[in-house]
Ligand binder design. Structure first.
Ligand SMILES: [Ca+2]
Length: 239
């Protein structure tokens, strides 16, 4: 059974591109076939994601896979969870939302702030044809998360009282649904769809714009939401 690594899924089946990568989270392919992908945590497994959240240290990585040499290299470490990645329109930088923007220079990667102070925890980020980005936001009770992070027995507490996790990270209709559009310069918010009641879809983790519609994916849904952007008054509740 294939349960980890960087995988390519096609009609021919599933192919392991980079094996033995634990907690790979998101990937983007450049026009030359280079793959840039994130690892959320080098310390914890996906099943223990809440321990990473409770500890609050940056165990995330940005990696690069070169298909010509079949080599994988770690480009940068020190990301908090590294939940999503996108490549810019001109392929001159990658974005790992809220944390850093990395522009490939002559000999090193330049790191700049991007989309700071978002009204939620960023999950996946996707390029819009005009060069901006959609970012799916997860609702997190940051004050309570900080309180857990300041507790010396933080994840032991969550193991003992698993109900605490859903208080820190509300799921279902409690989690609402929110996606924001940010510009491609410094990540300033230029669009915002927010349905705190999660009327039709909750816990949106990815938003992809295609042919005038925003397609929404959720970890908790068996369908894909479709939001027509050219409607007179588009609302997130429309699918
Ligand atoms: Ca993700």
């Amino acid at each position: 059974m294939i349960d980890q690594g960087l995988l390519k899924v096609s009609e021919e089946g599933v192919k392991v591109i980079v094996p033995n990568v634990s907690f790979a989270n998101d990937v983007i392919e450049a026009s030359d076939g280079t793959l840039y992908f994130t690892v959320s945590s080098t310390k914890y497994t996906p099943a223990d994601f809440y321990k990473d959240m409770a500890e609050g240290n940056p165990y995330g990585q940005l990696l690069k896979y070169d298909p010509k040499s079949n080599q994988t290299t770690v480009l940068q470490e020190g990301f908090y969870f590294a939940n999503g990645i996108a490549l810019s329109k001109d392929e001159d930088f990658v974005v790992i939302p809220m944390q850093k923007i990395l522009a490939e220079g002559q000999s090193q990667w330049n790191i700049n702030p991007f989309a700071e102070n978002l009204p939620g925890e960023p999950d996946n980020i996707n390029l819009v044809p005009d060069g901006s980005f959609w970012i799916a936001l997860i609702k997190m009770n940051q004050t309570d998360v900080t309180a857990i992070q300041n507790c010396s027995e933080n994840w032991e507490l969550l193991d003992a009282y698993p109900g605490l996790i859903s208080l820190l990270l509300p799921m279902g209709s409690d989690g609402g649904a929110r996606v924001v559009k940010v510009d491609g310069i410094d990540g300033k918010i230029i669009g915002d769809f927010n349905d705190p009641n999660a009327t039709y879809i909750s816990f949106v983790t990815s938003a992809v714009e295609f042919e005038g519609n925003l397609h929404l994916a959720s970890l908790q849904s068996y369908f894909i939401g479709k939001l027509p952007l050219d409607a007179p008054n588009p609302e997130l509740a429309t699918i």
